[in-house]
Design a protein around this ligand. Structure first.
Ligand SMILES: [Fe+2]
Length: 360
């Protein structure tokens, strides 16, 4: 048995208002005045001077607003990378992503593609990246995805929805400033927070579970229950704790895997463009058979916060479309092996998945 030797985020700063230190943090990483910092910022912050006025632009630094309307695509990564290469003579000093999971995944992927040839789609999979990425910084403005801490950047490509999992993917620096999450709309807060909750349930109930993953998963789950079920925290405390839950949830799956909800949610995302957080919720709502206790509590939390999930997503799909979703879901073999065990192929049939998708 050979154990995996994982890299982690090398530096992290935590605290309300820590975003103000961004300029000081990145300054030593500027190679020269012609090598800019590129700030990829969720376009939801366009015109929001509370946030944008604190982005420390200097010399030829560039702020690029990116849309998180859709899940990040390999084509979007290629376009951004090309735009950056064409705009500057020098390779940038760093990429700084400010936003949610989509923006952070774009920042990670662009930092990889600036030093690796070809298209982002060529690197979807495990350990395909050859050259180290350029310096990259993640600054989450919503909590739950774990993208700030993970070793992957999940992209939708022409053939699959799959992450670029590599030792070069994790951020060199993360800024955890819970204050940045203050304006997240309630639905979005719930869906993205549930991404974290589902990471915990899938990790803690998986066959890959070990003491490393368990210690992080249990802490993240405890925080999620405090925030979403007990619902008794002051607003700021809840923001602080959800940011740490996201971090721990992400760490928990680093040394294990996610499971059925993520596999099936990737299918929905690939075919219908359903976003990750809400897609996970739509799927998880129907997974009593796999995660009885987790789903029961999920339904309680949903009721507590008056969340109505969309229904009938798959009502009018053709057989060919079901097949596409089923293919995407089944291709994520490590997720199924974690959820069901080594002989998962005997237990998870195409008919089974079709029946489940039909309920959504
Ligand atoms: Fe997730």
């Amino acid at each position: 048995m050979s154990y995996k030797n994982y890299p982690m985020v090398s530096r992290v700063i935590f605290g309300r208002g820590s975003f103000n230190q961004l300029g000081d943090i990145i300054a030593p990483k500027r190679r020269n005045i012609k090598a800019p910092f590129i700030f990829l910022v969720d376009d939801i912050f366009k015109g929001n001077s509370w946030l944008t006025s604190r982005i420390p632009l200097a010399y030829q630094d560039k702020l690029i607003y990116v849309s998180a309307e859709e899940e990040p695509k390999t084509s979007q990564v290629d376009k951004l990378t090309e735009e950056i290469i064409l705009s500057f003579n020098e390779r940038p000093s760093g990429i700084i992503g400010v936003g949610g999971g989509t923006t952070m995944d774009l920042a990670k992927a662009v930092s990889i593609m600036l030093t690796n040839d070809g298209s982002a789609k060529d690197y979807q999979g495990w350990d395909l990246v050859k050259n180290p990425a350029i310096y990259h910084v993640g600054i989450p403005t919503i909590s739950g995805t774990g993208a700030e801490v993970s070793r992957t950047t999940v992209l939708t490509g022409p053939e699959r929805k799959l992450g670029i999992n590599s030792d070069y993917t994790p951020f060199d620096q993360v800024i955890l400033d819970p204050e940045l999450t203050k304006d997240v709309p309630k639905d979005q807060w719930f869906y993205t927070g549930m991404d974290c909750y589902i990471h915990c349930i899938e990790s803690l109930n998986g066959t890959f579970l070990n003491a490393f993953s368990k210690s992080y998963g249990e802490k993240a789950l405890e925080l999620c229950l405090e925030i979403f079920l007990e619902n008794s925290l002051a607003v700021e405390e809840a923001q602080d704790k959800l940011m740490m839950a996201s971090w721990h949830g992400g760490m928990s799956i680093a040394y294990s895997q996610v499971g059925v909800a993520h596999a099936m949610s990737y299918g929905l995302g690939y075919l219908l463009g359903t976003k990750h957080g809400i897609g996970n919720c739509i799927v998880f709502d129907h997974l009593e058979e796999y995660y009885p206790e987790g789903v029961k509590i999920f339904k309680d939390m949903k009721a507590k916060h008056d969340i109505e999930l969309p229904q009938g997503l798959c009502a009018d799909l053709s057989d060919a479309e079901f097949d596409i979703m089923i293919d995407v879901a089944l291709s994520l073999e490590p997720l199924w092996e974690n959820a069901i065990g080594k002989n998962w192929k005997k237990k998870v049939t195409r008919d089974k998945l079709k029946a489940l998708y039909s309920k959504m």
